[in-house]
Design a protein around this ligand. Structure first.
Ligand code: ADE
Length: 424
């Protein structure tokens, strides 16, 4: 690749380490490898510019390489101030990618990076959390006429974009990558489940077995976390606002109670709700000495740290990504990763094997936007989902790379499925 890329990363000297990390991820992402092989020659993205705002991890680097091999021009920023893997960002910069990302940036720097990715006037946006698309809609309206569409990775982002579409505020079509089965049924459950536990362990090294492990929110992400914690021997508690989810948690073997009650007995707390103020001052006031509190939802608003700061006497960093708050009454409460995504801040995010499918959907969604543009078909300005046939194709490739064979319907079975008249 011609190296006229622009970038701002922590330290280019980390590039060699980042390169081997990317190679490790690449070896575990066969679905992306298949897409890369398929589109390497035809280069369907040739002449198209994509601005991306998504965690800069070794898995994202594999997605970026897949887009580049398929002909795209890219400019990238991270979507969280604490999730960038500096060695990966350095490797991408050395490789010729325009990238603006470093671990530990402040909010002003975060938006500066997004602004820079828009300098090259993209026709496509790719988001995880919708900060890029919001920035386009709020600050760079002039870019909208030349934007074909966007894609969104996460539940929180999709929720917000649907609200925008309902209120007529959305100005270009978006694919909800999150809503593909091969994304939410795997990434959200097994990815968040494992990587959240990984983050807690790296930040604390505590024993999970025997602990009262409280998960706020029993959606796909929360249920994944609770199931993994239970598997490690924790006594799990779920808090919920939705009766059906609370019922599901109960039937899946978790105790369900209000956060006011869980706060008094929990040893470890994880928020996974997508809403703000899930753990607030009165909860901190009733927590046990030594309680560990973290968040795995997209935004850092689920744990109210302002409340905690009002209640504390002092704070010190006790380990990387683990801050000890000493309360005025002498109790100690531990906050991980400053209340930001613990799985990406204290660990490396979801494993490559699961991101393989999520990112195959990202690739397919961007390709669907480009293909409809090339065909002169205008997608409605709304939030779209990819067809289920694409999920089945992704799952099929994944299974075959795992050496797993499955059955096929016979002609008679297909006929039976289509014939509603057959009964007893
Ligand atoms: N979101 C969760 N895990 C991730 C990862 N490993 N890379 C990029 N985005 C992620």
């Amino acid at each position: 690749m011609a190296k006229n890329n622009k970038f701002k990363v922590r330290d280019l000297k980390l590039a060699a380490q980042g390169k081997t990390k990317i190679e490790w991820a690449e070896s575990r992402m066969p679905v992306l490898a298949a897409l890369r092989a398929k589109y390497k020659k035809t280069k369907p993205f040739k002449g198209f510019k994509i601005a991306g705002c998504l965690h800069v991890t070794k898995e994202t680097a594999v997605l970026i390489r897949t887009f580049i091999d398929a002909g795209a021009e890219l400019s990238w920023s991270g979507c969280n101030p604490l999730s960038t893997q500096d060695d990966v960002a350095a490797a991408l910069a050395v490789d010729g990618v325009s990238i603006y990302a470093w671990h530990g940036m402040n909010t002003k720097e975060f938006y500066w990076c997004i602004d820079r990715t828009l300098d090259f006037k993209p026709q496509l946006t790719l988001d995880d959390g919708a900060d890029l698309i919001f920035t386009v809609h709020n600050k760079y309206k002039n870019l909208i006429p030349s934007i074909i569409g966007g894609t969104e990775e996460t539940t929180t982002g999709v929720h917000r974009l649907r609200k925008m579409a309902e209120q007529g505020a959305l100005k270009y079509p978006v694919f909800a990558v999150n809503d593909s089965i091969t994304k939410w049924d795997f990434d959200n459950v097994y990815g968040t489940g494992q990587s959240t536990i990984d983050g807690i362990l790296r930040a604390t090294s505590v024993l999970i077995a025997g602990k009262n492990f409280v998960v706020a929110g029993y959606g796909h992400c929360g249920s994944g976390v609770a199931t993994r914690a239970k598997g490690l021997g924790a006594s799990t508690i779920a808090t919920e606002v939705k009766p059906t989810s609370a019922l599901k948690a109960t039937l899946e073997g978790h105790r369900v109670m209000k956060m006011d009650d869980a706060a008094k007995v929990g040893d470890i707390f994880v928020t996974a709700t997508g809403v703000k103020d899930v753990i607030v001052g009165r909860h901190f006031a009733s927590m046990k000495d030594g309680a560990i509190v973290c968040n795995t939802g997209h935004y850092d608003c689920e744990i109210n740290l302002e409340d905690l700061n009002r209640l504390k006497k002092s704070v010190r960093t006790i380990r990387p990504n683990c801050e000890e708050y000493t309360m005025k009454d002498g109790r100690k409460i531990y906050i991980l990763a400053k209340g930001r995504l613990v799985n990406l801040s204290a660990a490396e995010g979801h494993p490559s094997e699961v991101m393989d499918m999520s990112f195959a959907n990202q690739f397919n969604a961007q390709l669907a936007l480009v293909n409809s543009y090339k065909a002169g078909k205008k997608l409605s300005v709304n939030v779209h989902v990819l067809p289920e046939s694409m999920d089945q194709a992704i799952a099929g490739v994944k299974l075959s790379t795992m050496g797993i064979k499955i059955d096929k319907l016979t002609k008679e079975q297909i006929k039976y499925n289509e014939d509603y008249s057959e009964g007893t």
